[in-house]
Ligand binder design. Structure first.
Ligand SMILES: *[C@@H]1O[C@H](CO)[C@@H](O)[C@H](O)[C@H]1NC(C)=O
Ligand SMILES: *[C@@H]1O[C@H](CO)[C@@H](O)[C@H](O)[C@H]1NC(C)=O
Ligand SMILES: *[C@@H]1O[C@H](CO)[C@@H](O)[C@H](O)[C@H]1NC(C)=O
Ligand SMILES: *[C@@H]1O[C@H](CO)[C@@H](O)[C@H](O)[C@H]1NC(C)=O
Ligand SMILES: *[C@@H]1O[C@H](CO)[C@@H](O)[C@H](O)[C@H]1NC(C)=O
Ligand SMILES: *[C@@H]1O[C@H](CO)[C@@H](O)[C@H](O)[C@H]1NC(C)=O
Ligand SMILES: *[C@@H]1O[C@H](CO)[C@@H](O)[C@H](O)[C@H]1NC(C)=O
Ligand SMILES: *[C@@H]1O[C@H](CO)[C@@H](O)[C@H](O)[C@H]1NC(C)=O
Ligand SMILES: CC(=O)N[C@H]1CO[C@H](CO)[C@@H](O)[C@@H]1O
Length: 720
């Protein structure tokens, strides 16, 4: 081979350089550029004297706070067209809801033209499905029964925080890239209705290794300006029922723990921008339980397989979390199931680039419409015409699940204790007997509550649902109003994946990535497969619109998937669901006034901490308190642990921290006296000098609210 001249070498190196550049451009070109923004804001409503939303257990009324709740918002937009964008709001709440979504949309509309691109069509409001936050913020009457109505303060905390998170996301919009990676998590969920799941066809079940969806999907947001990550949105299916129905401290359950651990880890990560937002969002949650040791009778024998009873009774069959022997209302299990989502997520994040798929198509699309489920007739894929019905709940609904008693289990208040529930006393006479047509439509469901036909004094449950899909590049998000069971989610995702390819929604050379978010936008209970429905366990009994609900949801989304094609228009909005915010009943008494016991002042320390503790011990301080409903202290804290660092008090823990617990108790109803215990379950803190700090707000007889604060004496913690 002839030797090259200097000029030849130059030409060669230029060519090599150009080729390299081309290759690089090709790689960069693969990853599309989007507008991205993230935000996070406190949504912790009244932590005491309000019933928790989720288990609908009449006596589960808040007595304090373990961990604050947040809204985390993500905005994705097309760089070339500001109108093509969507907002994904992940709320640490039991579910999305019509009242809350109306409130968010009203508030966005009031922000003026800059926010006019966000509306019905492209805002998704998704709940993490936790069961230990204050309730009384929902649009329909049924979930209001155990919460004694609708509480303006509880509702506003969620709406205001969600809007604040969306504003932060909007104000932080910048160019960036998105990529998706998945991993399998095998120790954080279990199927709680295996008997129903097994009624799905054997050939279909054989396609999967598990009876729960074990896929964790992470969407990473990386901004272009400095290459730092601003957030992750993580889908994984597991009920937020680690904390049991007898826990009365507000928490965001296992997903709140995962979010906390991930955001704390990112605070020190070189790859993460300041204000990094990690949202763990809910997926095919319907039959997926965090009680991974299975369900057992209180006497230690297994519950009946078919109907989860012990000697024919449902009440004594309970799911057990990984740490059920801790006898701490599920709190240790809750942390552990959170950690079991955090750890694989962190590992995925740290190895992300080697396994991720970049989103490569710059288009961003979303559609939403309302659909009347009562009397919706449509054709199954084999041509047979079927219909969905007005909402109804079956008998198994009252029995609840192995994760806890039935949500809205107000049958407990049915006789004898009616006086205990003033709202039930008002509405119990309004129960409807289902018509023959409704019985036939819902068969084989034995109807317990014909909620879809009950509209007095206002609608009890939704008959109109939100139908919504979001798309960015080849990622498609199914936004479901009902809790989707494992197999329902698989069928729905398959149908969307197939349709997205067939209808050219995604480019021919990429595979669509499909995820399910549920429960979102409203609360339409469950969606089970027709085969699971036939079994009528809890999830089937709570599939509101009859046996064909899942095929209907699939039909509605698949038929409209063309709206996700770049440049397509929008579907008609449909008939809006009723807005019950102004007409809802409210039997929740407000705070009358606070006053300290005779001879004391607000903030006086009734019980000081000991002077020293060993790491691992619990430190308690008791203060003369006031009702925390006087001021929710959103974005602030009721309690803090401070450490003396070079003689300067430095906050080391606040209301967000899992191991700092705030407990409020009324000690004299007439006088309005109360006390607060700030309790720190120390793990392995740095040895040093610490104190407890309590922040309160008291209300006088005229209604004026005044803030106060107080600190305990110093205490030292020695090493282990
Ligand atoms: C997850 O599990 C499924 C089923 O066993 C398997 O096909 C897939 O490759 C796994 N995914 C990852 C990322 O390990
Ligand atoms: C539950 O299933 C058992 C069989 O496992 C049966 O004996 C019992 O009658 C069932 N109970 C109810 C309430 O359906
Ligand atoms: C709380 O509920 C769980 C599950 O039902 C039960 O195992 C536990 O004993 C209860 N704890 C208390 C203190 O009542
Ligand atoms: C949905 O149902 C309608 C009405 O029966 C039918 O025309 C359409 O083909 C169905 N769409 C899909 C995707 O199955
Ligand atoms: C179509 O499918 C449904 C649901 O599997 C079934 O009930 C029906 O019998 C089928 N119709 C025909 C004509 O095969
Ligand atoms: C509810 O009441 C508020 C305040 O009075 C009012 O501005 C609003 O229009 C009402 N909304 C509906 C849907 O009636
Ligand atoms: C600390 O306070 C909590 C909450 O009131 C209470 O449950 C716990 O028993 C107390 N622990 C100690 C060690 O006093
Ligand atoms: C408590 O600790 C602070 C900070 O180290 C110190 O300034 C103060 O003197 C201590 N108070 C008492 C009573 O020891
Ligand atoms: C495959 C699988 O996940 N099976 C579990 C489903 O849940 C039951 C208890 O409800 C377990 O026993 C199975 O191991």
């Amino acid at each position: 081979m002839a030797s090259l001249t200097k000029s030849d070498r130059h030409i060669l190196s230029v060519t090599t350089y150009n080729m390299l550049l081309l290759v690089l451009l090709f790689v960069w070109g693969c990853s599309a550029t989007y507008k991205i923004g993230v935000g996070k804001s406190d949504i912790t409503g009244p932590v005491v004297e309000v019933n928790f939303m989720g288990y609908a257990y009449l006596s589960q009324v808040g007595t304090g706070l373990r961990q604050r709740l947040f809204a985390r918002a993500f905005i994705v937009g097309d760089v070339d067209d500001a109108n093509n964008c969507f907002v994904y709001v992940n709320l640490d709440t039991a579910c999305g809801d019509t009242a809350v979504r109306y409130g968010i949309l009203d508030a966005l509309a009031a922000l003026g033209s800059e926010y006019a691109v966000y509306g019905q069509q492209n805002v998704a409001v998704v709940g993490t499905h936790q069961h230990s936050g204050p309730g009384a913020w929902m649009n329909y009457l049924l979930p209001q029964v155990t919460s004694l109505g609708f509480d303006q303060q509880s509702y506003e905390a969620i709406v205001t925080g969600a809007v604040a998170a969306i504003r932060q996301a909007h104000e932080s919009l910048t160019e960036g890239s998105l990529a998706v990676a998945t991993t399998n998590v095998t120790d954080a969920n279990i199927n709680r209705s295996l008997y129903a799941y097994l009624n799905n066809p054997a050939a279909e079940r054989a396609r999967y290794t598990s009876s729960t969806d074990e896929t964790m999907t992470m969407l990473r947001f990386r901004r272009a300006s400095d290459g730092l990550d601003v957030g992750v949105l993580v889908w994984f299916a597991v009920h937020g029922t680690s904390a049991y129905e007898n826990n009365t401290h507000v928490t965001a359950d296992n997903k709140g723990v995962a979010e906390y651990l991930f955001e704390k880890a990112m605070a020190d990560a070189a790859s993460a921008a300041d204000g990094f937002v990690a949202a763990f969002t809910q997926s095919s949650v319907g039959d997926s339980s965090p009680n991974v040791l299975g369900a057992w009778c209180d006497d230690g024998s297994p519950c009946s397989f078919e109907n989860s009873t012990c000697d024919g009774v449902a009440g004594s069959c309970h799911g057990r979390g990984p740490a059920f022997r801790a006898l701490d209302l599920g709190i240790t299990s809750c942390y552990e199931i959170g950690r079991r989502q955090f750890a694989p997520a962190l590992q995925l994040y740290e190895t992300f680039d080697s396994v991720a798929t970049a989103l490569t198509d710059p288009s961003v699309r979303a559609f939403h419409f309302f659909h009347q489920m009562d009397g919706f007739t449509f054709a199954l894929p084999n041509g047979t015409e079927v219909a969905t019905c007005a909402a109804a709940l079956g008998y198994s609904f009252a029995a609840g699940t192995t994760d806890g008693p039935g949500p809205f289990d107000f049958t407990q208040a049915d006789s004898g204790v009616a006086d205990a529930n003033p709202l039930w006393a008002v509405v119990s006479d309004l129960l409807e007997t289902p018509t023959a047509a409704q019985v036939a439509c819902q068969a084989p469901k034995p109807i317990l509550l014909d909620v879809g036909q009950m509209t007095e004094p206002y609608a009890w449950a939704p008959n109109i649902v939100d139908v919504q899909l979001l798309r960015v590049g080849q990622l498609i998000v199914i936004v479901s109003p009902s809790e989707v069971t494992t197999m329902s989610g698989r069928r729905w995702k398959d149908a969307i994946r197939t349709a997205a390819v067939e209808q050219g929604v995604v480019a021919a050379d990429v595979d669509p990535i499909v995820v399910v978010s549920s429960p979102a936008n409203t609360y339409a209970h469950y969606v089970a497969t027709p085969e699971e429905y036939a079994i009528q366990r809890y999830e089937g009994a709570s599939t509101l619109y009859g046996p064909w609900q899942l095929p209907a949801y699939i039909n509605l989304t698949v038929s409209n998937i063309g709206y996700l094609v770049a440049g397509a228009g929008s579907p008609a909005e449909g008939t809006y669901p009723p807005d019950n915010r102004n007409v809802s009943l409210d039997f929740i008494a407000g705070v009358v006034y606070d006053s300290p016991p005779l001879g004391y002042a607000f903030g006086d320390v009734l019980v000081q901490p000991a002077s020293s503790y060993a790491a691992g011990e619990v430190v308690n301080a008791t203060f003369v308190g006031a009702n925390p409903r006087n001021n929710l202290r959103l974005g602030e804290t009721f309690a803090a642990v401070e450490q003396a660092v070079a003689d300067v008090w430095t906050v080391v823990m606040d209301d967000w921290d899992w191991y700092l617990e705030y407990t409020w108790a009324q000690t004299d109803v007439l006088l309005g006296s109360s006390q607060v215990v700030v309790s720190w379950e120390t793990q392995d803190p740095a040895p040093g000098v610490y104190r407890m700090h309590y922040y309160g707000d008291w209300k006088d007889v005229l209604g004026t609210v005044t803030s106060f604060e107080s600190v305990s004496t110093n205490f030292t913690i020695s090493g282990t």
